[in-house]
Structure formats: structure tokens, C-alpha cells
Design a binder for this molecule. Structure first.
Ligand SMILES: [Zn+2]
Length: 118
């Protein structure tokens, strides 16, 4: 559980933190305030992870070493998890929530996964 930036209670779960955006912030069960991870930070983690994975893929192909790619994959997963663990939650007033739906984050994930499978 992660600390609510408003009341400091550990009420925000990992999945809630991962999905918390300006359009679909996480809600603290204690104080009811909203918090989110900024799109700049979440996009930065995603882009850095993709770049690291691509780099490990090129290194694996260049050295003909599938083990290098597997090690890179594990390393990228570790990097992604560590960055999401460390990224701060920011409070957002109820009035500042950008209208949207939680389906937006899922739709983005679906598009990314679909583009990776082609
Ligand atoms: Zn709270």
C-alpha cells in the first residue's frame, strides 16, 4: 500500500496507483481525497522501459544471445516495477479532475498490447 498524499495513510494499492491518472484518480478510503500519477511521469516510465527493452533486443541480436534478451527482459521488468514503486502520488482536488473514464487507461493499454502483437 502507498501513502495517500493528503492524509499520509497507506490506503492506495499498487494497481490503483498504476491506474491513477488525471482522468481517473485513486480515492483514499480514509479521507476520500483523490490522488494521481502525472501523465508525464507515467509516460516517462513507459518510454524508458520500451527503450531499454529495444536496446536489450538489439544487443541480443547483435551477440546472438537469447539469454541476453531474457536478462534484459527481467531487467526492464525490474526497472518498470521499481519506478512505479518510487513514483510519487500527487493530490488532485475533486474539481480539477479531467473528465474521462477509467476505460481510457484500459483502452490505452489495449492499443499498446495490440500494437506489440503485430
Ligand atoms: Zn487520505
Amino acid at each position: 500500500m502507498y501513502k495517500c498524499p493528503s492524509c499520509q495513510a497507506r490506503t492506495i494499492g499498487l494497481v490503483s496507483k498504476w491506474a491513477a491518472r488525471e482522468t481517473s484518480p485513486a480515492r483514499c478510503r480514509i479521507c476520500g481525497e483523490l490522488c494521481f500519477v502525472s501523465s508525464v511521469r507515467s509516460s516517462g516510465i513507459f518510454v524508458a522501459s520500451v527503450l531499454l527493452l529495444t536496446t536489450s533486443g538489439f544487443l541480443a541480436v547483435g551477440t546472438h544471445s537469447p539469454l541476453l534478451f531474457a536478462a534484459g527482459l527481467v531487467g526492464v521488468f525490474g526497472f518498470y516495477a521499481a519506478r512505479w514503486h518510487a513514483v510519487p502520488l500527487e493530490p488532485i482536488p475533486h474539481a480539477h479532475v479531467i473528465p474521462g473514464t477509467k476505460a481510457g487507461a484500459l483502452a490505452t493499454l489495449f492499443v499498446v498490447l495490440q500494437s506489440m502483437s503485430q
